[in-house]
Ligand binder design. Structure first.
Ligand SMILES: *[C@@H]1O[C@H](CO)[C@@H](O)[C@H](O)[C@H]1NC(C)=O
Length: 347
């Protein structure tokens, strides 16, 4: 067995020490944009940032962020140093994309606009369920909880605030290369359709394209100053039979759900629907009772405003308004609550 040599350990230590000033210094020339994002989070959100968000903070140095922000403002086309921008900001500017799946908590598959959806035309029968399923001891089959969206970091809000998620012109101007390939072009255009599709009855929606923007949207939609952000714990139990335990319902009837969508930079589709119930559910192995996962589930109690062709109605076999539709959240989905709504009652 090879053990790391003293020299290697020493080099690692040096690397680690070299990283600290880059990450934590407040000097404008060496600080990174992720510090702003973390600070904005801790000012507005009471719980720590989930790892799915923390992993996507912008690695851009402030000086680079200022530089690119001024280029975006001047509406210059991006080829100037496009590759440089993409790699420094850790964006996804490749033109190949395998097996992408934009999940949107399945809620928007109804529109059938996601041509790459792996379940198109043949929806996973476990992706929607009725409230009666949520009973302790009940054995259920979980859907696939994995989203398939390639890694991209958030843009600093300084840059993101200048790019519209509703207009393909804007995106094509700044990310021309992504529009040269039919695959990435179509994925981006699908996201734009989600972002610009008409609201459902009672829905408030937006596609925030920075951490700050997503926090602002959630605060405004919920009418709250301090937020709680929740995710499902992991994707464990996907496509498997599990047993339900320890169901808790959150007191809040107002929740903002955010689902990741594809653009060259990290972006979420967020919405607030009326008459929802949010649950935290533990799932365990049916035979051994070993804990598998802690999942969030949402039930839309009023489906009367949903389009009749919504995939939920195909699976649950009723028509709009004739029943509630529940679904699980994946690990990269985020649920936002006001501080007071985060109390839970055990069912
Ligand atoms: C978020 O809201 C704050 C306070 O209203 C505002 O100053 C800031 O510009 C907003 N940021 C974004 C990205 O919308």
């Amino acid at each position: 067995m090879a053990t790391p040599s003293k020299i290697q350990l020493f080099l690692n230590l040096l690397l680690f020490l070299a990283f600290i000033p880059a990450a934590f210094s407040t000097a404008p020339t060496s600080s990174v944009s992720s510090i702003d994002q973390l600070q904005y989070w801790s000012k507005n959100v009471l719980n720590p940032m989930p790892k799915t968000i923390a992993s996507k903070l912008s690695p851009l140095l402030k000086q680079d962020s200022n530089h690119f922000a001024s280029l975006v403002s001047s509406k210059q086309r991006f080829p100037f140093d496009y590759a440089n921008f993409c790699s420094k900001a850790k964006l996804f500017c490749s033109t190949t994309l395998d097996n992408i799946r934009q999940n949107l908590g399945n809620g928007y598959n109804s529109y059938n606009i996601d041509k790459h959806a792996s379940n198109k035309g043949n929806p996973d029968p476990n992706s929607f369920f009725r409230l009666a399923i949520l009973k302790n001891g009940n054995k259920i089959h979980l859907p696939d909880l994995n989203d398939r969206i390639p890694f991209r970091a958030f843009l600093p809000s300084q840059i993101a605030s200048k790019i519209s998620t509703m207009k393909s012109n804007d995106l094509e101007n700044f990310f021309p290369q992504s529009f040269t390939s039919p695959v990435t072009k179509e994925a981006i255009e699908t996201s734009i359709l989600y972002c610009s599709s008409p609201r459902l009855k009672g829905e408030i929606k937006s596609c925030p394209n920075s951490v700050e923007d997503m926090i602002n949207f959630s605060k405004k939609s919920l009418g709250e100053n301090k937020l709680i952000a929740l995710t499902s714990q992991s994707t464990k139990g996907s496509n498997k039979e599990v047993e339900i335990q320890n169901i808790k319902q959150f007191r809040s009837e107002k929740v903002v759900s955010c689902h990741e969508i594809f653009f060259p930079f990290a972006t979420y589709f967020c919405h607030l629907l009326s008459s929802t119930r949010l649950y935290s559910v533990d799932v365990v192995d049916p035979a051994t009772k070993v804990p598998v996962n802690r999942l969030l589930a949402i039930c839309h109690m009023d489906t009367s405003g949903w389009p009749v062709e919504h995939v939920a109605f195909k699976i649950l076999k009723f028509t709009p308004g004739r029943g509630e539709a529940c679904h699980w959240f994946t690990q990269i989905d985020l649920v936002w609550l006001g501080n007071n709504g985060a109390d839970q009652k055990i069912l």
